[in-house]
Design a protein around this ligand. Structure first.
Ligand SMILES: Cc1cc2nc3c(=O)[nH]c(=O)nc-3n(C[C@H](O)[C@H](O)[C@H](O)COP(=O)(O)OP(=O)(O)OC[C@H]3O[C@@H](n4cnc5c(N)ncnc54)[C@H](O)[C@@H]3O)c2cc1C
Length: 472
């Protein structure tokens, strides 16, 4: 790089790559150290080729770097949840008011590669692959980097460093060890395995109500498929090539419910899928082989404070890894980039990075804590409540309220996925809604039995003023 480096990033995941691009677009020279190979030249290892749901917050950040249209061109829209009951029947629950409110299934690797390539095109970003951050000395502002090709290590003095090195961040560990930061890491009791449902070789008719052909997809592509089974679930998101990326979420340890610990051989795996997901088995011919080969993933919620020490800061999963059940981990990381660059644009020059990064962490922390809690709650909603009649009554009442309140009602899901109100506001609005809905729906078997006038009045009194105070 001809000019001296202004900012050093650790980790070229989606957040590091987007941040590099956004900083470069502001004239800053950025170096990124990434421990893995360049994924544009090496195949991603099996079981790690996940797809992600990109929604309003992520799209807004992508829009600001000029890439929202390019990303949307590679996505499959998902308008709701397609729930698969044990008897094989399905029903779709819409996410938003209409089809305009949808989330988008996108290959994580594809998005990452696009961001890296666009960052490089600026001429201001240099990625160094197979370079692992091993240690940090905050006092001397020195990074110890290991060259994974040569097996050598070197020290690099770097004045401004942002750790986008993911949930097991080395920079975060340094903030804890040397700067008194506090961190809580709670591992979810469930793990996950990814499986791929192949595309069909021939077109088939649409088994769903709308009568549209679904081409080469084995299931309706424009929904997030869920097989909710109480303490565990299976989900599937479509890819543009006709495949579905499917994820089984199951407790790690043996207990009253099925767990990964029980699935010790082909016979137990076969029996488990036949018992709980019979319609799925028919669509994945090499299920047993895939299951055997898929690595068992863990999910962690990380809350850290503070995120900064001087001009060394955390961003993305490094600062706030969350469980994936609201489809917001990367969206939240992209929103970090959005907030950070807004602060940068408004800051006097030359930039006081210690001040700016301190304000960035303080602004984001309450909101990333909120989405962390929402994501854990949504696990329970997806695996359990979506199949619960009481939950369905509440959703039907929400749909009625949406009509009565002429678009001013927004569910918690809509606030998180389709608006950019702070996550903290979505959490608090969700608590108000839950209280009102629980009161009006108690003991009711259908929305027709609910006193909708009372529900409307309570929402007008409690929810709408709160939303209006936050610009909605
Ligand atoms: C099953 C699953 C489903 C998900 N679904 C969604 C979804 O639908 N929507 C959504 O928004 N989010 C989703 N997420 C979350 C999303 O994947 C993460 O939030 C996102 O990848 C975080 O990006 P990041 O760049 O901060 O961290 P990462 O993606 O973890 O990237 C960190 C990078 O840093 C590198 N690195 C790590 N340590 C070092 C080191 N010491 N030195 C150098 N480099 C290092 C890594 O190799 C990696 O490239 C999901 C996650 C999982 C597990």
């Amino acid at each position: 790089m001809a000019n001296p480096t202004d900012i050093t990033l650790i980790g070229a995941g989606p957040v590091g790559s987007l941040l590099a691009l956004a900083l470069a677009q502001r004239g800053l020279n950025v170096e990124v150290f990434e421990r893995r190979h360049d994924m544009r030249r090496h195949t991603i290892s099996a079981g790690r080729s996940i797809n992600l749901a990109v929604s309003a917050r992520g799209l807004h950040a992508l829009h600001k770097v000029g890439l929202d249209d390019a990303v949307l061109a590679q996505t499959v829209p998902m308008f709701g949840r397609s729930l698969h009951a044990l008897d094989g029947t399905t029903r779709v629950l819409r996410y938003g008011r209409d089809d305009s409110e949808h989330i988008n299934s996108m290959s994580r690797g594809g998005l990452n590669q696009l961001l890296m390539t666009e960052a490089e095109k600026t001429g201001r970003v240099q990625f160094h692959f197979r370079q692992r951050l091993q240690a940090v000395d905050l006092a001397t502002r020195t990074l110890t980097l290991v060259d994974e090709y040569a097996g050598t290590q070197r020290d690099l003095v770097a004045p401004v460093v942002i750790g986008t090195d993911g949930s097991a961040s080395v920079l975060r560990a340094a903030l804890v060890a040397q700067a008194g930061a506090e961190v809580s890491e709670s591992l979810l009791s469930a793990g996950y395995k990814e499986l791929t449902m192949p595309a069909l070789r021939h077109r088939m008719g649409d088994p769903f109500a709308d009568g549209k052909s679904i081409g080469h997809f084995a299931m309706y592509p424009n929904a997030l498929h869920i097989w909710p089974r109480g303490r565990f679930m299976l989900i599937a998101l479509a890819n543009p090539d006709g495949t579905f990326t499917c994820t089984l979420f199951l407790p790690h340890s043996a207990g009253p419910d099925p767990s990964f610990a029980d699935l010790t051989d082909d016979a137990s795996v076969e029996a488990f899928f036949a018992r709980w997901f019979p319609d799925f088995v028919a669509l994945v011919p090499d299920l047993l082989t895939q299951f055997r080969q898929a690595p068992l993933g863990q999910m962690v919620t990380v809350k850290a404070a503070p995120w900064t020490s001087g001009a060394y800061a955390l961003c993305g999963d490094a600062a706030h890894a969350i469980v994936p059940f609201f489809g917001q981990g990367m969206n939240a990381g992209f929103e970090d980039v959005d907030v950070l660059t807004d602060l940068l644009d408004a800051a006097p020059q030359p930039t006081d990075w210690t001040d700016l990064l301190g304000r960035f962490g303080a602004a984001r922390k309450p909101n990333t804590d909120a989405i962390a809690d929402l994501a854990v709650e949504n696990f329970i909603e997806m695996r359990d409540k979506v199949a619960d009649p009481a939950f369905l009554v509440q959703r039907a009442v929400e749909a009625e309220l949406d009509k009565r309140l002429a678009g001013r009602y927004r569910s918690r899901y809509q606030l998180v996925a389709f608006t950019r109100v702070p996550y903290r506001v979505a959490l608090e609005a969700g608590a108000i809604q839950a209280e009102v809905l629980a009161a009006v729906c108690a003991g009711k078997a259908s929305a027709a039995e609910v006193d909708l006038d009372a529900a409307e009045a309570a929402m007008r009194e409690k929810l709408l003023p709160y939303l209006a105070a936050h610009g909605l």
